[in-house]
Ligand binder design. Structure first.
Ligand SMILES: Nc1nc2c(c(=O)[nH]1)N[C@H]1C(S)=C(S)[C@@H](COP(=O)(O)O)O[C@H]1N2
Ligand SMILES: [Mo]
Length: 199
């Protein structure tokens, strides 16, 4: 038997080390949406990647469900200062979806049913850092939290995790999304506290 030092039993790092600057922990899962929750029928749902030359790559719900899945276990951080540790999701990695796509683009703009958009460098969607998630806590994703499917990019502030995702445009030039237009940071690293433009 290993002898653990007090306070370290069963956890690699204390929770306080997992909390980015200026954040506090919550146990519940707050809902933050700029407008009403769109009602999206999985029979008509599509996910479309549009590359920088205008080529489109589409998946309907049935096709999406046949793709290999991951079960990300991640901490999430909202710019309104709440963080939630140890969240469990299921979804398809963007590596899997982008493998089919021909592109030299450097930027991505996620767009959602309802009109929300958010931008990030394409490389932040690769290498096991981002998913199209359709389950949370072993249940189908609640519509208020972005169901049937949302983008999950947990290493950036949660406004980058577009709910009700409809697709991703790949761009040679960066284009600001909804909150970025309104003054939020183009990148949004919680560990560097990049909340607003200029941070
Ligand atoms: N389509 C869409 N996605 C969105 C938003 C939104 O208003 N519309 N809000 C963003 C913000 S600011 C946050 S903090 C998270 C909140 O996700 P939650 O409601 O599941 O907590 O979703 C992000 N994704
Ligand atoms: Mo947010």
């Amino acid at each position: 038997m290993t002898d653990f030092s007090p306070g370290f039993r069963g956890r690699a790092r204390p929770d306080s080390d997992r909390l980015p600057p200026g954040q506090y922990l919550v146990d519940d899962f707050p809902v933050l949406s700029t407008g009403p929750t769109p009602q999206i029928d999985t029979d008509s749902w599509t996910f479309t990647i549009i590359n920088e030359t205008g080529e489109t790559y589409d998946w309907n719900w049935q096709q999406f469900q046949t793709l290999p899945r991951d079960r990300p276990h991640v901490d999430i951080h909202c710019v309104t200062r709440w963080s939630k540790l140890d969240t469990d999701w299921s979804g398809v990695s963007l590596d899997t979806l982008l493998a089919a796509v021909e592109t030299q683009a450097e930027y991505a703009l996620a767009y959602s049913y309802g009109g929300y958009t958010t931008n990030m460098p394409l490389e932040d969607l690769l290498d096991g850092q981002a998913w199209i998630a359709d389950q949370f806590g072993n249940r189908e994703l609640d519509p208020a939290h972005g169901g049937p499917a949302r983008l999950l990019v947990p290493h950036l502030y949660l406004w980058k995790s577009a709910k009700w995702i409809r697709g991703i445009r790949l761009l040679d030039q960066d284009e600001s999304g909804f909150w970025e237009e309104a003054g939020y940071h183009d990148y949004g690293d919680p560990w560097r506290e990049q909340r607003y433009q200029g941070d």
